[in-house]
Design a protein around this ligand. Structure first.
Ligand code: AMP
Length: 559
């Protein structure tokens, strides 16, 4: 056997630290602007950011944090959160971003499952930390992303520290070289509730993070450049804000962080003040922004493009952005398990010569895969289905930024080397993906998951309930909201209000179903499995009472 001929190129590992080092060295004076939790604006540069990230790395190493250890974050989009991204991964620790919107029990479960040794938190989450600290005995310290003056007063269990981030950085000078790392080492950990059972962790590597940043920056993906001012509305606790904190330093784009205020007025004012050209977020956020703009009679003066994903972009929203405000919408699809980007609805030259209506129809779909992701649709028998825009089946993906297994799980979710997404789709002859349904048993409200199984388990614990099913029901503001379908026990009685009250204290408030309907029986398969698809079909036209409150909402959710 002949030895393969090796290329004679430098072996430079693809590490996350190389992104911030690149930005600091070559776009050193480019700004990062943040609206702070403290209420004021903060501005500094990529150069300052790298120095502070290095000071954080020095501080964490001083605390004894070892490479591979998980550091949790409960934080909004802001410059300190960005420093934590780089100050942890830069020396081999793993940055574990946690969704603070989850119920405290779930967050505690996630922190314990991930075995986070420290958790960094924005002071807005102090009450949450108060509730979490006694339940997370392995956390050695809770680090408030604040100076000493803003350190919240929180009782801590013995041998657990409460530390001010600024005090922690204080003794360190940033004279620190990012150590060389194996590019396959873990970089970030993100849990997703987008499947059944307990949340599962997607553990990215340095290589997957950097490759994803490269891919995301391409012209037919997010199309970022050193002339852009980028405002990620999508949270840094949700799949690394779709990779923007990595592709912005890679391209030298200015970063603008909105902090905790994501209402239409706050976002609009920040975009205008900072010359934002590009933004990204879920449909619900854009709804708030567009409604504010309509009411206030204001227009964007700098925004050029926005990526909308996380849930299907309503066609009317796409039209409003483009026809009323001249802002290009890029509809994107992806998932936590894919770092997250998979497809984006950008046209080829040939497609852009077609009649405008046809172009719109294509761009309302989830789009074309980017290099780095391959996809296929398969039927119930596991065989590939044709790309004819008609046949629909389970969507499977693979690629260097797709997970091969979940964190700390031995069994692989892969089917013949492909990751089953739980989405049901068609692919047309143009290679455009269209998500038509979902086989996973979850509800996505305002871009965040709600477990239908958890909601059913609560309902079934009620003495008057014989069987319960929870399904996603279309909602004009939140895209989907939970609808509970109940079969009562013979002779027992319970009202809608009593059932909804039964959820209080058992799940997060925003998880509580919007409505309850009582039926004589639920549809089952021959093997007794609940037919959720059929049930969703039965209640497709159901109007939730909360949806009536916003009847003037200009957007209809596509059926
Ligand atoms: P997450 O892991 O929370 O990012 O959720 C990923 C899931 O959200 C996907 O598997 C889809 O079910 C859904 N999703 C994301 N983007 C879209 C989109 N553009 N259209 C429809 N569903 C989407």
């Amino acid at each position: 056997m002949t030895t393969p001929l090796l290329g004679q190129m430098m072996d430079v590992p693809l590490t996350v630290s190389s992104l911030i080092a690149h930005a600091a060295r070559h776009f050193g004076s480019t700004e990062i602007v943040s609206r702070r939790i403290e209420g004021d604006m903060h501005r500094y540069t990529y150069r300052d950011c790298e120095t502070r990230a290095k000071r954080l790395a020095q501080a964490l190493i001083g605390l004894g944090v070892q490479p591979g250890e998980r550091i949790g974050t409960l934080a909004w989009n802001g410059y300190r959160h960005l420093e934590v991204y780089y100050g942890t991964t830069g020396f081999g620790a793993v940055c574990h971003t946690i969704n603070p919107r989850l119920f405290p029990d779930q967050i505690a479960w996630i922190i314990n499952d991930a075995q986070d040794s420290y958790v960094m938190f924005d002071t807005t989450f102090a009450p949450l930390v108060d509730c979490l600290a006694p339940r997370c005995p392995n956390v050695r310290g809770w680090i408030a992303l604040a100076d000493e003056a803003h350190l919240p007063h929180l009782p801590m269990p013995t041998s657990t520290a409460l530390i001010s981030y600024e005090t922690l950085l204080e003794p360190h000078d940033g004279a620190f070289g990012w150590p060389p790392l194996d590019e396959r080492q873990a970089s970030y950990l993100c849990y997703t509730s987008g499947t059944t059972g307990n949340p599962k962790g997607a553990l990215y590597s340095h290589r997957s993070t950097v490759l994803h940043a490269f891919g995301a920056s391409l012209p037919d993906a997010m199309c970022l450049s050193a002339r852009d001012s980028v405002l990620p509305v999508v949270p840094m606790f949700h799949v690394n804000a779709w990779g923007i904190p990595h592709s912005a330093p890679l391209t030298g784009a200015k970063l603008v962080f909105p902090g905790k205020d994501l209402d239409g007025k706050s976002l609009f004012e920040l975009m205008e003040a900072e010359g934002v050209t590009y933004s990204a977020g879920v449909p619900t956020v854009w709804l708030g922004l567009l409604n504010y703009m309509k009411e206030a009679g204001v227009r964007f003066s700098t925004l050029q493009r926005t990526v909308i994903g996380g849930s299907a972009c309503p066609p009317a929203m796409l039209r409003t952005f483009e026809d009323d405000y001249g802002v290009e919408v890029i509809h994107a699809w992806g998932m936590t398990e894919m770092s997250p980007l998979g497809t984006l609805a950008k046209l080829t030259w040939e497609q852009s010569q077609r009649p405008p209506d046809e172009q719109r129809k294509l761009r309302e779909k989830q789009g074309h895969v980017m290099y780095g992701v391959d996809m296929k649709i398969v039927g119930d028998d596991g065989r590939d289905l044709p790309w004819d825009g008609v046949a629909f089946g389970d969507l499977h993906v693979r690629g260097p930024w797709v997970i091969k297994r979940y964190f700390q799980k031995d069994d692989s979710p892969l089917v013949d080397g492909w990751f089953p997404t739980g989405d049901v789709a068609t692919i047309d002859p143009d290679g455009f993906l269209h998500i038509t349904d979902r086989s996973k048993d979850v509800i996505k409200s305002g871009g965040e998951w709600i477990s239908s199984i958890d909601l059913e388990n609560v309902a079934i614990a009620h003495p008057a309930v014989a069987e319960a099913a929870c399904i996603a029901c279309a909602h004009p503001k939140w895209t989907e909201r939970p609808l509970l379908v109940i079969v009562k026990r013979p002779g027992a009685d319970v009202t809608r209000e009593e059932l909804l009250a039964f959820y209080e204290g058992k799940v997060a408030k925003w998880w509580i179903p919007d409505d309850v309907v009582f039926v004589d029986e639920l549809p089952h398969t021959a093997t007794g499995k609940l037919q959720k698809l059929k049930l969703r079909e039965m209640f497709r036209e159901h109007v939730l009472p909360s949806a009536l409150d916003i009847a003037d909402c200009p957007f209809k959710v596509p059926s």
